[in-house]
Design a protein around this ligand. Structure first.
Ligand SMILES: [Zn+2]
Length: 180
């Protein structure tokens, strides 16, 4: 009889432990879930902060009109050839392409593939060109970060824009006239 009583006490105690364990497990499962939500939230927040910083860096690396200090003037080639020339200096090495547009026409400008940091480039905008009105009303320059094989100072943009596409676009407005 005595042994039976002990067994009941033991099983009651075991029940108590089981109930406590179930409650504890539930609490810890909830805590784990909460922690995972919080860590996911903080990962999302970190990704957002990184994306904002990458965009800020992308904007910082954008070439500006003030960086390029473009000038337009008339140039002369062999055999009396005349040109409207644009001169500019890249603040850092970029891959570049450019097009000019005016009077319903659009034409590609000849440029080296890479404009190197501090290098002054002189490119032909119009040919022939006589003193007077400028035909081109805008010059659209597309810039991208250089590739490792391009040489020069290595740098890249941390944003997610594809490497092949134009990364930044800068519109230069030529003067209405060039008289000299
Ligand atoms: Zn970028």
């Amino acid at each position: 009889m005595k042994a039976e009583g002990i067994a009941i006490i033991v099983s009651m105690a075991a029940l108590g432990v089981a109930a406590w364990a179930a409650k504890y497990n539930k609490v810890s499962a909830r805590a784990a879930e909460q922690a995972s939500i919080e860590s996911r939230r903080s990962a999302d927040a970190a990704a957002q902060v990184a994306a904002v910083e990458h965009e800020r860096e992308h904007d910082r690396l954008r070439p500006t009109l003030a960086d390029l200090t473009t000038t337009f003037f008339r140039g002369f080639g062999d055999e009396g050839m005349t040109y409207l020339l644009m001169r500019f200096t890249a603040p850092r090495s970029y891959r570049i392409t450019a097009e000019a547009a005016g009077g319903g026409e659009r034409w590609a400008l000849e440029l080296p593939e890479v404009a190197r940091a501090g290098e002054t480039l002189t490119i032909v905008v119009e040919q022939p060109f006589d003193p007077g009105p400028v035909h081109a009303r805008e010059i659209d320059i597309m810039f991208s970060p250089p590739r490792p094989a391009d040489g020069g100072e290595p740098w890249s943009c941390p944003c997610d824009r594809p490497a092949g596409a134009a990364h930044w676009r800068l519109m230069v407005t030529p003067p209405l006239r060039v008289d000299a």
